[in-house]
Design a protein around this ligand. Sequence first.
Ligand code: THU
Length: 137
Amino acid sequence: MSTEPVIDWPLLESRALAVRLNAHAPYSGYQVGAALVTRSGAIFAGCNVENASFGLCLCAERSAIAQMVAAGQSDPVAIVVATRGPAAGSPCGACRQVLAEFAMDMPVRLIVDGIPGATKDTTLSALLPDAFRKDSL
Ligand code: THU
């Protein structure tokens, strides 16, 4: 029987907040940071990367997933997404689908820089029920 991993939420939150500051968001001004931890305990962080050709903007969550895959890992067990306030931002539909490629379900924590009370805890399956997955093909 596999045991559930213990998530170091404060560490994951600090990594999401830190990487958020590196966001390239000159068009929206909306910086996003994401940090995920894999079953092995490795943390991968990503930020949004915007482009003058707006349709090419990359979200923070998909940026973190790309870091994970580039490192040869594929088993995220939790993710924190950090935005500005006043309310926490929620992963866009595309990011939900990309997260669902790698996790059937996992806890998702949404935090706001400087406003601890704005934190929202949810799950991937709550954000994207009945996800389209490879076993549908
Ligand atoms: N953004 C993310 O990084 N993640 C999301 O899930 C939603 C939106 C970014 C994309 C763009 O750079 C900015 O936020 C405004 O949409």
